[in-house]
Design a protein around this ligand. Structure first.
Ligand code: ADP
Ligand code: MG
Length: 435
């Protein structure tokens, strides 16, 4: 399993955390120039810089000859001067000012060690400054990676980002194989190498820079919010942005293949026995197959195959028990800890499940009861759907939805992550809400 970093493992909604201008340049001038270029880019960093610029009410300038250099940065002319914004490798290639580069690269290493991504802006002759962007790991990426491990998939993370930032993210997610500083063609080459080593490769990505790798992989999986080019290049497009859906799609594929093999068995088993019998092979042993029974057996064979195929409707994504035990995510900790809201967090996104979503109740009789507020339940049919979705989850003993209180009380027989309960409610078509 090969994963892109920015926008795939991480949220892809970074924010500007540090602005370090060169001497004689103000923070706002640096940002305005960066934003002028970024407004023509679709990279996640472009949004972050654009938002910061808007927050400060800065004016941008017109850009000519805009060029996107995938995996490195962007370029364009402002007032006739070619400006570039991108990573250190790009600056090293373009910028003659080695003293300033040395100075900024030292600062950038410190920021990268904190998991931030520094990008540099140059006007061709000198470096105008550096902007650091902080992205957060998606709240369920760790859970998805635990699942990949559980499914015996070797995981590799590929990124165009710098090695320190990539290592920091890899460490957070316990990914051992992290490869950084890659261009789009490097990502494609690594996938080819893995294939040449006899591996089947699935690649999950979201950016323009992932397109060659997505095409090369045996199965290319694009994140729903990814760029159009990534979506076009992929074989599978996830409806949402969660890596958990990539795990689910692999589980569903495996289950489907198993079902196909079972169906082939039933089809062959019937035919191997019944065709010779219908041809009269067993007549010397006194066994005649009446044509009526032959026809019935044929139909029964089809019925078996269809019924077996229909079992796939009962497919429920498997959730790794070990991931639930080992990962400190909302829902795995004792309830007392949850209701006081002390979520362990690895980044901003870990907080996407607000503590008020899960209410502590005076009437809670056991420590294994959770109350989740749900929007959109308007009739008995709705409550039944929510209850059914929750009861189908392993570890859930009972679920009682209330139309008047607009909530559902879930009784657990073992710890179940809250994110899983929330997902089941969402999949049933209803929205858990903050109260
Ligand atoms: P990933 O492989 O993790 O998705 P990308 O290949 O999109 O990352 O980007 C790699 C690096 O190139 C970024 O970390 C950044 O330094 C630089 N970069 C790419 N596009 C831009 C942009 N529009 N603005 C600033 N920097 C960019
Ligand atoms: Mg990406």
């Amino acid at each position: 399993m090969v994963l892109d970093k920015t926008g795939t493992v991480t949220s892809g909604h970074p924010n500007v955390s540090d602005i370090i201008p060169a001497e004689g340049i103000s923070e706002n001038d640096l940002l305005a120039a960066a934003c002028s270029l970024e407004k023509l880019s679709v990279h996640p960093f472009a949004n972050a810089i654009g938002e910061e610029c808007m927050r400060r009410g800065l004016k941008t300038q017109e850009v000519f000859d805009f060029k996107n250099i995938p995996g490195r940065g962007i370029q364009g002319s402002i007032h006739g001067k070619l400006h570039t914004i991108g990573n250190l490798a790009m600056m090293q290639e373009l910028c003659a000012d080695s003293t300033a580069l040395q100075h900024f690269s030292e600062i950038s290493q410190k920021l990268a060690a904190l998991g931030k991504t520094p990008v540099f802006l140059s006007d061709g002759s000198r470096i105008l400054g550096m902007i650091a962007l902080a992205d957060t790991v998606k709240h369920d990426s760790k859970e998805a990676l635990q699942l990949f491990k559980h499914m015996h998939l070797h995981t590799v993370m590929l990124t165009g980002d710098n090695p320190q930032t990539a290592e920091a993210v890899g460490k957070q997610l316990e990914i051992e194989d992290v490869r950084a500083g890659l261009l789009p063609e490097d990502k494609e080459r690594i996938i080819r190498e893995l294939q040449n080593a006899g591996r089947k490769v699935a690649m999950v990505g979201d950016g323009i820079n992932d397109a060659p790798a997505l095409t090369r992989a045996d199965t290319g999986i694009a994140i729903g919010a990814g760029t159009d080019i990534a979506i076009d290049a992929a074989d599978v497009v996830l409806m949402k942005n969660s890596l958990m859906d990539a795990a689910t799609s692999i589980q569903l594929s495996r289950q489907t293949m198993k079902n196909i093999r079972e169906n082939l068995f039933w089809a062959f088993f019937y035919n191997i026995i019944c065709i010779p019998a219908a041809a009269g092979v067993l007549i010397p042993f006194g066994i005649h197959l009446h044509p009526m029974f032959g026809a019935a057996a044929m139909s029964l064979s089809s019925v078996c195959v269809v019924l077996n195929a229909l079992r796939l409707r009962k497919f429920r994504p498997f959730v790794s028990r070990s991931s639930a035990e080992k990962t400190s995510y909302p829902g795995t900790e004792p309830l007392q800890q949850q209701v006081t809201g002390s979520y362990p967090k690895s980044g901003k996104e870990s907080m996407t499940l607000p503590k008020s979503l899960i209410q502590s109740s005076q009437q809670e009789k056991t420590a294994m009861e959770k109350i989740i507020y749900v929007d959109g339940m308007s009739c008995g049919h709705c409550t039944a759907r929510v209850e059914k979705a929750l009861k189908a989850l392993p570890g859930v003993k009972n679920a009682v939805a209330s139309l008047t209180d607009k909530n559902v009380t879930v009784t657990l027989e073992e710890p179940v992550e809250t994110s899983i309960l929330i997902r089941a409610i969402k999949d049933a078509g209803y929205e858990p809400v903050e109260k």
